[in-house]
Design a protein around this ligand. Structure first.
Ligand SMILES: C=C1C=NC(C(F)(F)F)=NC1=N
Length: 223
């Protein structure tokens, strides 16, 4: 039985985390992912949500194809919300929100796979840690265009607050993050950045990823 991921490895994976689905892409999602993998993303989340989101057979086929690309590049493949899909694909992990199934029962169902939990407050962070989360997705740090029911942007203060409260778990910031903003997200205490539109809406996806990854790597080294 595989053991739980170590915090050190989790932090490395969180450096440049691409979150996307078909709905976020201007061109074919496979093309966007191929470019993003070439640019050096360290973790991938399949998140097919919102208007015109794929479902059923089409969604499964796309998920399988993107998972295969990630596997060839040795980038872990995470599924958003849909635990059934994650288990069916034998994905590397799942990411769940506060209003999804409780982290406790998801942990039971997925065994030692990676479990990411969204957290907006120190209280939510503590509960997620209690229920066995391997990382926290914290945000939206800045206003986001990618989630229509997002909460108000919290700025980097929430990251400082969590670290100040003694939250040690690996944290990735999400929400409106660009290359220009990545450094301050890391300096505020995140171990990496999760992005959607900064990459999927870029003219040149590969260089967008390279730019963000370089900024994050420099900021992490300077900590
Ligand atoms: C709602 C979300 C919040 N955070 C994250 C991530 F940054 F990837 F952890 N993913 C989500 N889908």
């Amino acid at each position: 039985m595989k053991e739980r991921i170590s915090p050190v490895r989790m932090r490395e994976y969180l450096r440049m985390y691409l979150v996307m689905g078909n709905v976020n892409c201007r061109t074919e999602p496979e093309m966007v992912l191929a470019e993003a993998l070439a640019g050096g993303i360290t973790l991938f989340q399949f998140r097919e949500k919102g208007t015109d989101a794929l479902s059923g057979e089409q969604m499964f086929t796309l998920a399988r194809q993107l998972q295969d690309m990630c596997r060839r590049a040795s980038v872990p493949f995470i599924v958003n919300d849909d635990v059934e899909l994650a288990l069916e694909l034998n994905a590397d992990g799942v990411h769940i929100g506060q209003d999804d199934e409780s982290a406790e029962s998801v942990r039971e169902r997925i065994g030692n796979r990676i479990l990411g939990v969204s957290a907006h407050t120190v209280e939510e962070a503590r509960r997620a840690i209690l229920h066995g989360a391997d990382y926290l997705g914290v945000g939206p740090i800045y206003p986001t265009v990618s989630k229509d029911d997002a909460k108000a942007a919290q700025g980097t203060a929430i990251l400082r607050e969590m670290r100040g409260a003694g939250i040690e778990l690996p944290i990735v910031g999400i929400g409106g993050i660009t290359a220009d903003r990545a450094e301050e997200v890391i300096r505020a205490g995140a171990n990496g950045v999760a992005v959607i539109s900064a990459v999927t809406q870029a003219e040149r996806v590969r260089s967008a990823v390279e730019g963000i990854a370089a900024t994050v790597n420099q900021a992490v080294v300077r900590l």
